[in-house]
Each structure stands twice: as structure tokens, then as C-alpha cells.
Design a protein. Structure first.
Length: 128
């Protein structure tokens, strides 16, 4: 029995959030606070930022995938290309980290979340 997208996709978001929190916790133990430049000030990346970012990105990605699956037979392929492009572009964001440990930690978080969500969303049968 294959899992339905309505079961696997939200679990992919939850798994990405949990794994991101684990990596964030380890990164804080190794590199200290993850501090980024935001405009003219600095901001510490905290638990709420990590969870909210994963959930928002996951839900937006899921919504786009569901829409593409409804309007085109190649929806999953199109979505995967878009998702990979967004993942690669998201790797520019960690460059705002104040130190190397923060930059590496944030890049790992982006790659982890992207890999879990992209894999989880594309390994499920399309909606019919």
C-alpha cells in the first residue's frame, strides 16, 4: 500500500523541522549563537525562526506542488526543478552570518531541510 501525499507531505515537513532543530542545537553547541546581519542590525537565529521557516517553506512548496499536479501532467518534474533552484538560491542567505561557524551551520540547515522536503514530496504518488 502506497502512502498518500496527504499523509507523507505533512510528515516530510515535520521531519524537516525536527531534523533542523537537532542540527540547530548541535550547531549552537559547536559554534555558539547563530548570529546574522539583518539590515543594519544583527539577529540571533532561534528555535522559533527555525521552526517557522521550515513550516512556511514546506507549506508553500506543498501548495505549489499540489497546484502544478492539478494543472499539468509534468507537475512534479516542474516543481522539483523549481524547488532545487530555490534551494540553491537559499544558500545565499547564510552568507549573512557573522562568522564561519554560523555560515556553515545555516548552509547545512538549508541543505538538510531542502533535501528532506524535496525527497519527501517527490516520493509520493501524485494526487488524482
Amino acid at each position: 500500500m502506497k502512502a498518500s501525499p496527504s499523509a507523507v507531505r505533512p510528515l516530510s515537513i515535520v521531519a524537516a523541522a525536527v531534523l533542523a532543530l537537532i542540527v540547530w542545537f548541535i550547531a549552537r553547541q559547536v559554534a555558539g549563537d547563530l548570529v546574522v546581519k539583518s539590515g543594519g542590525s544583527t539577529q540571533t537565529v532561534g528555535v522559533a525562526s527555525v521552526i517557522l521557516s521550515v513550516v512556511v517553506v514546506g507549506l508553500l512548496g506543498w501548495g505549489l506542488l499540489a497546484l502544478l499536479e492539478r494543472i499539468t501532467a509534468k507537475g512534479r518534474t516542474i516543481w522539483t526543478v523549481i524547488a532545487v533552484i530555490f534551494l540553491l538560491l537559499s544558500l545565499l542567505a547564510p552568507l549573512g552570518g557573522l562568522d564561519t561557524g554560523t555560515k556553515v551551520s545555516l548552509a547545512l540547515l538549508h541543505l538538510l531541510v531542502g533535501a528532506v522536503i524535496i525527497t519527501g514530496f517527490t516520493r509520493t504518488p501524485a494526487r488524482t
